[in-house]
Design a binder for this molecule. Sequence first.
Ligand SMILES: *Cc1c(COP(=O)(O)O)cnc(C)c1O
Length: 410
Amino acid sequence: MSGYLPYARQWISEEEIKEVEEVLRSDWITQGSRVSEFECALAEFVGAKYAVALSSGTAALHAACFVAGIKQGDEVITTPVTFAATSNSILYLGGRPVFADIKGDTYNIDPQQIEKKLTSATRAIIPVDFAGQPADLEKIGQIAQKHGLVVVEDAAHALGAEYKSCSQSKVPGPGSKTNLGKKKEEWIKVGSCGHSDMTVFSFHPVKLITTGEGGVVVTNNKDYCEKLLLFRSHGITKNEKKMRNKEEGPWYYEMRLLGYNYRITDFQCVLGLGQLRRLGEFLARRKEIVKMYNQAFQNIEEIITPYERPQVKPAWHLYVIRLKLSQLTATRRQIFESLRKYNIGVHVHYIPVYYHPYYQELGYNKGLCPGAEQYYEEAITLPLFPRMKDRDVLKVIDRVKKIITRCCGK
Ligand SMILES: *Cc1c(COP(=O)(O)O)cnc(C)c1O
């Protein structure tokens, strides 16, 4: 790839384009069979019972927060190191986002900080699997269970990520001296809803697979699923069994709650099906690139490479380096701008959400989450997407090394 190297980019195959074309030539371009096919494939892939696909990841978050029952006056704990859509979904429903600080190694929300933010008004927790690395879902699930909270996991970065779940088996292990069972560990996929009530994915082109715009909520809860379907389509049902007035006639439909038009089209879902078939390949290539970066930067004192917890297999969506600014003669901005000058599409993920003027006007003050704020000062996202060639990766490595060498030695 020549010229500008973006930080993320979709990869759509000729076969996928043909499949989309076929749908466009058919009678049903929206609300046909492809939507439910895509939903079934997603549910099966992550290991959840139900999947409801929507027009965007943001719509999916909004829907999940709605069915979680978030309403005026409720507090919802989430991370400041995320895209604004995460906490906006709380605001849509009149709830109040409460930001808990991140951990210094993974940049994921810190369960201990969550516990500090609990009040009698807390209703839900929205952890984000930052950069594709699952948050401490097990611990967060335990906190939620203890306090009767709903967990809506924002896994926009983490389709295909896995984590090790330790379930203490009730039966004593053979030869075990204590009456505690043997600790049973198993790898489970993000979205299997082992520890979250609902998990949301995004199919925006920068994410792990794309449908142009699109998102999904997966869950094991049938009531949630039915409400999500209503919310996606104006709150309207055509299912006679669900209607209050059953005798009106064959034209009849009923609006049961205030929903939206958050539907996704058939031609998007057929693209999603093709993309999902290639997700394994995409993830393997992402992992390769991450390995190349990690090896190249491991001996550079001034750079902190991403930490990977041993209990997780991330679906690396972002590659974020952190600069040790006290050892550098240049600022983050200067380093960022030098890389951009070399046509490397670096980015910063994320500006702490409450820094945005809209949130400032709601009364959030700087200083709220010092860990997130310091992280923000030091972070730079390097390009990472499956279609990157080795030579693109080597170019990024070379430029980063040159710039750091030039301004180290403070
Ligand atoms: C992309 C993203 C969203 C929103 O998804 P869209 O499909 O763009 O609406 C929400 N949360 C996080 C963490 C994201 O990265």
